[in-house]
Design a protein around this ligand. Structure first.
Ligand code: KG4
Ligand code: ZN
Length: 347
């Protein structure tokens, strides 16, 4: 099998997605989002998301096959996100994918959604170099990984001890009155603000805590500091300089992520940093990583914006890696794992 063709299916949260990848080429990429149905609740409502997946599953898969000009019988394997994510949402995608695999006699891979977020960079930059470092910044994860082989072996180098960067943004966004998800609103306002207007702490970078946790992150202090500052201004009746708050928060978070990632690359002798996850769409982080990468001689591989947030291409791409590596497909009755660890690549 020269260039495996894989159908990737995604349903971990509020996006139902299907895509087809052949080798390193994206043949189709269909995403249906239920985000608007959750906005008025200020966060994703699992039951609403699960129902939306049940409605969108068949149309998404049909469209992905049609856009690629293929039939289900043409694909070599099916890959589906088996975790981490919302249990009810995962169940819809995994059940649907199992049914397709059974009906079409195709091997199926239950894959780790978060690893898919870094795998997707191969569509733009080609195969991973061996022993590379990766920075995962998704809604629920902020971690540095050592990727020995994306299909077989990944170790966690560091992780957040409390909130993920995306969560920290979403929580501050809520205080500022932005609708869910707040990350993109902070990004937009930060572009007009002064990043040094407000002093925002940089968690686990100084002193003993910094030395003991060189690759770990902590963002709850950042969130609390910004929240306190906003409350103080409100108590004094002062108008909140929203752009400056956003810019200062974004600068602090991007600086810590970039600095620790580069330090990790140096320590592990990696000349490449793979970046992935919804938060990698953040423009302040993208700029800071590219700037620091240039300074440290590290090539930074960040997905194009449309491949940063949840999609099927990331799932299909990791599926191709598994097929190419000859990894055994998942058992037909494999379970979902809503808390799948980052070291599990496929089940
Ligand atoms: O990876 P993802 O799509 O979902 C998970 O798998 O968790 O990440 C969603 C996160 C949310 O916290 C959202 O606010 C954040 O990514 N996000 C952003 C931006 N776009 C998405 N945060 C900051 N700036 C952005 N431009
Ligand atoms: Zn995600």
């Amino acid at each position: 099998m020269n260039q495996p063709i894989v159908l990737g299916i995604e349903s971990t949260c509020d996006e139902t997605a299907a895509a087809i990848v052949q080798g390193r080429t994206l043949l189709s990429n269909v995403v249906a989002s239920s985000m608007n149905e959750h906005a008025r609740y200020g966060g994703v409502i699992p039951e609403i998301a699960s129902r939306a997946h049940a409605e969108a599953f068949v149309p998404c898969v049909r469209q992905a096959l049609a856009d690629a000009g293929l039939e289900l019988s043409d694909v070599d394997a099916i890959a589906v996100s088996a975790g981490p994510g919302l249990a009810g949402c995962l169940a819809v995608g995994v059940s649907g994918a199992k049914a397709l695999a059974w009906a079409a006699h195709k091997p199926i891979y239950g894959i780790n959604h978060v690893i898919g977020h870094i795998a997707v960079t191969q569509l733009q930059f080609g195969a991973f170099p061996p022993d590379t470092l990766a920075l995962i910044v998704s809604g629920g994860h902020t971690s540095l990984l050592h990727v020995e082989d994306v299909a077989r072996h990944i170790d966690v180098v560091g992780t957040t001890l409390d909130d993920a960067a995306g969560e920290c943004f979403d929580k501050v966004a809520r205080l500022l009155g932005f609708p869910y998800p707040g990350g993109p609103h902070i990004d937009r306002h930060a572009q007009q603000g002064d990043p040094h207007a407000i002093r925002v702490p940089q968690g686990l970078t100084q002193g003993k805590a910094g030395r003991e946790h060189p690759y770990d992150f902590s963002f709850s202090g950042v969130k609390t500091a910004v929240a306190r500052w906003i409350e103080e201004q409100q108590a004094e009746g002062t108008a909140i300089p929203v752009d400056d708050v956003c810019a200062s928060l974004a600068d602090s978070v991007a600086s810590v992520l970039a600095r620790k990632a580069m330090h990790g690359c140096e320590q592990y002798g990696s000349k490449t940093l793979i970046v992935g996850g919804g938060f990698s769409a953040n423009s302040q982080l993208r700029a800071k990583l590219l700037e620091e990468g240039e300074r440290c001689g590290v090539q930074v591989r960040i997905p194009q914006i449309k491949l940063c947030t949840d999609n099927g291409a990331m799932v299909a791409m990791l599926g191709v890696n598994l097929v190419e590596a000859g990894v055994k497909p998942s058992d037909p009755d494999f379970p979902i794992d809503s808390a799948m660890p980052l070291t599990t690549i496929s089940v």
